[in-house]
Design a protein around this ligand. Structure first.
Ligand code: GZL
Length: 325
């Protein structure tokens, strides 16, 4: 009889426990609205003010859009981006977005994403792949930036002079297209020519080293520099100063990005001449586009960002805007 009492007590406690546990479990019978989208983003690295600003824009916009963002920094290595994309596929994210560090070598991994049914969006830089492997490219027209840089250089040089070029990282879409745009426009100015061209990888310090090498080689032959981003231009300005020449006067400078306050201060001090804008603030467009695609809307194959050109005339106004951001 005594055992029966203990056994009954045990059964009552067990039942009470089961009731408590089932009450605490979230009610999964009713979904609470749409599922939160998960986006995997593979970023090139943190080589420049442009890239750092771009990362801030992506992360801030993801939070504001209520998107679950998995962010990976590839530190300038393509193999790190491929590994990141494969990890996104394994995690079954809803979208993959990335800025390809170089143009080529993406076919296999993007085919894997396609086979997994995960849409891919290119941000900032293009990849040389079949258009069926990505939904859209959100970014600037680098070729146009090169053309505009050359037109402004022609004005600065009265269409006569020797130009040195410091390129972005070899094989990257901006380096290839900015170079080609500048060169194609150069045919209109027979008395202007590029006398030297090296890569500075979009790093400020490398831009300084390359310019120092150009100056040491033959400073007298340099009238101007076309530099693929502002960070390398700021490095080049240091090198010209240290060499004893006047940047912006003895050597005219045209660069690209129009993001860092330092380049606008340099223009206002007369140490640089022109910066062609390449907007890093792609975050809002990216997540707006993702939501459109998720709701079944069609989007353009290339969502181009509109950009300006800045010199002594309008640098102050833009600098004030940057200070408020
Ligand atoms: C351009 C971007 C380039 C910037 C550089 O969209 O890919 O990479 O011009 C950055 O500053 O490093």
């Amino acid at each position: 009889m005594k055992d029966f009492k203990w056994y009954t007590l045990f059964l009552i406690i067990l039942c009470l426990n089961l009731i408590m546990v089932s009450c605490g479990r979230p009610d999964t019978s009713k979904t609470s609205g749409a599922k939160k989208l998960t986006v995997g983003f593979s970023q090139v690295g943190a080589e420049s003010v442009w890239r750092i600003t771009n990362t801030i824009s992506i992360k801030k916009a993801a939070e504001e859009a209520g998107i679950n963002l998995i962010f990976k920094d590839a530190q300038q290595k393509q193999e790190n981006q491929i590994t990141a994309i494969r990890s996104f596929i394994a995690q079954k994210v809803d979208f993959i977005a990335f800025s390809p560090v170089v143009d080529n070598g993406w076919d296999v991994v993007l085919m894997e994403a396609k086979d997994a049914g995960i849409p891919v969006i290119l941000v900032d830089r293009k990849a040389n792949v079949e258009q069926s492997l990505y939904v859209t490219l959100i970014g600037s027209d680098f070729y146009e930036e090169g053309v505009n840089a050359c037109k402004r250089m022609a004005k600065l040089l009265n269409e006569t002079g020797n130009i040195v070029e410091i390129q972005g990282n070899t094989g990257s879409d901006p380096a290839i297209k900015r170079k080609k745009g500048f060169q194609d426009q150069l045919v209109n100015y027979p008395n202007m020519k590029i006398v030297k061209s090296e890569t500075g990888d979009f790093f400020r310090q490398r831009g300084k080293e390359v310019m120092a090498y150009f100056l040491k080689d033959d400073a007298k032959k340099i009238d101007a520099a076309f530099i693929h981003n502002d960070d390398m231009a700021l490095g080049a300005i240091e090198a010209i100063d240290e060499y004893g020449l006047r940047p912006g006067k003895d050597i005219k400078i045209v660069s690209v990005d129009a993001v860092s306050q330092d380049i606008f201060n340099a223009i206002l001090e007369g140490k640089s001449n022109v910066t062609v804008e390449c907007s890093p603030n792609l975050g809002p467009q990216l997540f707006e586009t993702i939501k459109k695609i998720a709701s079944g809307e069609k989007v353009e194959k290339w969502i181009k960002t509109n950009e300006g050109i800045f010199d002594m005339e309008n640098a102050k106004e833009k600098l004030e805007l940057l200070k408020q951001q």
